[in-house]
Design a protein around this ligand. Structure first.
Ligand code: ATP
Ligand code: MG
Length: 346
C-alpha cells in the first residue's frame, strides 16, 4: 500500500544525459526537459551564470572571465561538479512546477555501451546528488531501440545506429542484449568542426561553433541533393580580424563532412561483418534504424543504404528516442529489468 502511495506521487524520471543535449522524461507527463548540456560559469567567483538554452547562446560570445563548458565529453561525465549542478538544476526545475512535496524519484538513465565502472559511478553520483532515490542504468542503443518500439526482447536481429553530439553507437540487438557493437567518439560535434576547418582553410574565415552547427543543419548533407543550395555564412577574416561573409554551397559542405561520415559508415560495415549470419540476414530484411540528432543530416540514410545495401530508416523524432525509451522502461521496470545493467552499488 505504501508502494502505491509512493508510486502515485513520485515523479519517476527517465534521463538522457547527452554530450549535446539533456532530456528528462517524467512518468505520466512525457518529456519535460530538453535543453543543451551547456553551462556558463563566472570564473572570478565560480558562480554558475546560466544552464541549458541560455548558456548555449553564450558560446563564442563570452568575455574572458566567463567560461562556457560542456560538462560531458564523448558521452561521459568529464567535469563531475558541473554535471552534478546541471542535472540538479534540471531536476529542480521539474519539481518547482509541482505543488506536492514529492518523494525522491527513481531514475532510469541511458549510458554509453562501453562505459567503465568509474564512469558509471560518476553518472550515479551525479544523479544521487540531484535527488534520485534509486538509479537504473540502460545502455543507450537499447533505450533507443525501445524508444523506436523495436521487438528487442525477441529472437530477431535489430540494428540501431545512434549518432549524437559526442558519440556514435552502433549495435545489433537480439533477445534483450547487444550481440555486436561499436562506440565511436565521432559524431555531430566533430561534423561542426569539419565545417569550421573547411571555412578556415578554404576561405580564411573563422566560424563560431554555433554558426557551424547552424550551417550543418541547414545546408549539410551526406548525399547529393536534388536541388543545389547556397547559403551566406558570416565569420571573422583570419587576417584582417574583421567580419566577412562568403557564399557556400551544399556540395562544399558535403565535401567537408565526407571524411567523418565515412568513418561512421566504415564502422557500421565492420559491425555488420562481426554479426552472426542468421541475424545479419534478418537485418538485411528489417533494416537499420538511425537515431540521435546526427540522423537528421540530410541524405545520411540514403548513403548508408548505398554503402551497406541494408535499407536504412530514420526513426520518428530521432532526438528524443533515448529519453522516450527510458520513459517506457520506467512504466514497466519489473517487466523490463533484464534490459538494465548493474549499478556500481549492486
Ligand atoms: N537537422 C540536423 N542535421 C544534422 N545534425 C543535427 C540536426 N539536428 C541536430 N543535429 C546534431 O545532433 C547532435 C545532437 O544530438 P543528440 O541530442 O542525439 O546528442 P547527445 O545525445 O547529446 O550526444 P551523445 O549521445 O553523443 O552523448 C548535435 O551535434 C546536433 O548538431
Ligand atoms: Mg545521445
Amino acid at each position: 500500500m505504501f508502494k502505491n502511495i509512493f508510486g502515485k506521487f513520485s515523479h519517476d524520471l527517465g534521463v538522457d544525459l547527452g554530450t549535446a543535449n539533456t532530456l528528462i522524461y517524467v512518468q505520466g507527463k512525457g518529456i519535460v526537459i530538453n535543453e543543451p548540456s551547456v553551462v556558463a560559469i563566472n570564473t572570478r567567483n565560480d558562480q554558475i551564470l546560466a544552464i541549458g538554452d541560455e548558456a548555449k547562446k553564450m558560446i563564442g560570445k563570452n568575455p574572458a572571465h566567463i567560461s562556457v563548458v560542456r560538462p560531458l565529453v564523448d558521452g561521459i561525465v568529464s567535469d563531475f561538479e558541473v554535471t552534478e549542478k546541471m542535472l540538479k538544476y534540471f531536476v529542480d526545475k521539474i519539481h518547482k512546477d509541482s505543488w506536492l512535496s514529492t518523494p525522491r524519484p527513481r531514475m532510469v538513465i541511458g549510458v554509453p555501451q562501453d562505459i567503465t565502472e568509474v564512469e558509471r559511478k560518476a553518472v550515479e553520483d551525479a544523479a544521487l546528488s540531484a535527488g534520485a532515490r534509486k538509479i537504473y542504468l540502460v545502455e543507450e542503443p537499447i533505450a533507443a531501440a525501445i524508444g523506436a518500439r523495436l521487438p528487442i526482447t525477441e529472437a530477431v536481429g535489430n540494428m540501431v545506429v545512434d549518432i549524437g553530439g559526442g558519440t556514435t553507437e552502433i549495435a545489433v540487438i537480439s533477445l534483450s542484449g547487444v550481440v555486436s557493437s561499436k562506440s565511436l567518439k565521432t559524431a555531430g560535434i566533430e561534423l561542426d568542426w569539419d565545417i569550421i576547418n573547411y571555412a578556415r582553410e578554404k576561405y580564411n574565415l573563422f566560424l563560431g561553433e554555433n554558426s557551424a552547427e547552424n550551417v550543418k543543419k541547414i545546408l549539410g548533407s551526406a548525399y547529393s541533393m536534388p536541388e543545389k543550395m547556397v547559403m551566406e555564412i558570416r565569420g571573422r577574416d583570419l587576417y584582417s580580424g574583421l567580419p566577412r561573409s562568403v557564399k557556400i554551397t551544399d556540395e562544399e559542405i558535403r565535401y567537408a563532412l565526407a571524411k567523418t561520415i565515412n568513418i561512421i559508415i566504415d564502422n557500421i560495415k565492420s559491425v555488420v561483418e562481426t554479426t552472426p549470419p542468421d541475424l545479419i540476414s534478418e537485418i538485411y530484411e528489417r533494416g537499420i534504424i538511425l537515431c540521435g540528432g546526427g540522423a537528421l543530416l540530410k541524405g545520411l540514410d540514403k548513403l548508408i543504404f548505398q554503402e551497406t545495401k541494408i535499407p536504412t530508416k530514420v526513426i520518428d523524432d530521432p532526438l528524443t528516442a533515448i529519453a522516450r525509451g527510458t520513459g517506457i522502461i520506467l512504466e514497466d521496470l519489473e517487466g523490463l529489468k533484464d534490459l538494465l545493467i548493474p549499478t556500481t552499488n549492486e
